[in-house]
Write a protein that binds this ligand. Structure first.
Ligand code: PLP
Length: 396
């Protein structure tokens, strides 16, 4: 049996989504076609749009379906930047937190390298949180707020699970007339995400993190938000996103969000209890392990536990646990087999050794107490072996 503790990477399809996807896959019709089959496909898309909007506190017209979180982040970051700079060439600066997912981070870096954007990074505290005063400092830097094209700060961090006060950050950006984007990929499904109440102009969501299929998501885009498209073509989604929309994927996405609406609050309470048990038992089994991120339940994602194991390489520990049937993540990027210390942990002020010796255990709708039993049964032995391997391995 596998103890699957990597729901933040992707979480299993819920039955309702599976049924909605397979039902829609059997239908024919391009939703842009005018005939009956096309109109029926269009109805599935528009009903799904209404569901997505109502679960996430948006208007249906604010839902732009995309190919997932990465595309939504790229559309928001590049699209808002291009539109703002085109309207006012003095706005040539992107303001982003240091702990964003690579879909935002690398889009920002690309704007710098290829488009001449200036970038101001917002510092985070030791828990990985973006404070309004840190955003205020970033706004005031590098020529001041009149030079900023957009602010982007994630709702909740995908590695350490720290939750930001998005409404306060959006308000600050708006006080200077600057559009605000938030990547809510990890937050939706675990926290109460309300687009209107958040004040954000653009919000990223991905279906496969909430029990829907991979390869579909949305950018919620306020009616006044001005975004230059990434993809040109038929203009299917509000003239902001071209491409034949994925009817089955969208139907599955909406079905998964219906489950979130029904079960989300109760599930969050269950996840929090399981997560607290996991942390407590891991710390008892490996007494020198350290919890990263916000220790207070309200300050972190209910399903997130992120810990450092001194003396271990995170990737070695991950493989040892995998060999014993426990699936988890280091949370950080791995290029050509060389593990890089997490940019999130480094931004939080941790040293490289602690950053490299960290693992993320993420819980979701299929997690059972037995998964934690399995982890705790094999973890101390795996940590011991990882430490021995680390002791003989030359440092890189
Ligand atoms: N943003 C965050 C915070 C994520 O955790 C992820 C996925 O891990 C993404 C964006 C990318 O989403 P997708 O896998 O749908 O492209």
């Amino acid at each position: 049996m596998t103890a699957y503790l990597d729901h933040a990477a992707t979480t299993p399809l819920v039955d309702e989504a599976y049924e909605a996807v397979t039902r829609a896959l059997r239908e024919i019709g391009n939703p842009s076609s005018l005939h009956g089959p096309g109109r029926r496909a269009r109805r599935v898309v528009e009903e799904s749009r209404e569901t997505v909007a109502s679960v996430l506190g948006a208007r249906p017209s604010e839902v732009v379906f995309t190919g997932g979180g990465t595309e939504s982040d790229n559309l928001a970051v590049k699209g808002l930047f291009w539109a703002a700079r085109a309207a006012d060439p003095a706005r040539d600066r992107v303001i982003a937190s240091r702990v964003e997912h690579h879909a935002v981070l690398d889009a920002v870096t690309w704007l710098h390298d290829a488009e001449g954007a200036r970038v101001t990074w917002i510092e985070v505290d030791g828990l990985g949180r973006v404070h309004p005063d840190a955003l205020a400092a970033a706004l005031a830097a590098d020529g001041g707020p009149a030079t900023a094209a957009l602010v982007t700060v994630m709702w909740a961090n995908n590695e350490v699970g720290t939750v930001n006060d998005v409404a306060a950050l959006a308000e600050l950006a708006h006080a200077h007339g600057i559009p605000f984007h938030t990547d809510a990929v990890q937050a939706v499904g675990q926290l109460d995400v309300d687009f209107a109440a958040s004040g954000a102009d653009a919000l990223t969501v991905s279906a496969h993190k909430v029990g829907g299929p991979v390869g579909v998501g949305a950018l919620l885009l306020g009616r006044d938000a001005d975004v230059t498209p990434l993809l040109h073509g038929g203009g299917q989604e509000r003239d902001v996103r071209s491409g034949t929309v994925d009817v089955a994927g969208i139907a599955g996405f909406a079905a998964a969000l219906e489950v979130v609406r029904r079960d989300g609050a109760a599930r969050a309470v269950q996840l929090m209890a399981l997560r607290d048990e996991l942390v407590e038992r891991v710390l008892a089994a490996v007494p020198d392990a350290v919890l990263n991120g916000d220790p207070s339940p309200s300050g972190r994602l209910p399903g997130n536990a992120h810990l450092s194991f001194p003396g271990c390489e995170g990737d070695a520990l991950l493989m040892l646990l995998d060999a014993q049937g426990v699936a988890c993540s280091t949370g950080s990027a791995c290029t050509a087999g060389v593990a890089k210390p997490s940019h999130v942990l480094l931004a939080m002020g941790q040293d490289i050794a602690r950053a490299r010796g960290s693992l993320r255990f993420s819980l979701g709708h299929t997690t059972q107490p037995a998964d934690i039993d399995e982890l705790v049964a094999v973890l101390p032995g795996a940590v011991e072996r990882a430490r021995l391997a680390g002791a003989v391995r030359p440092s890189r």
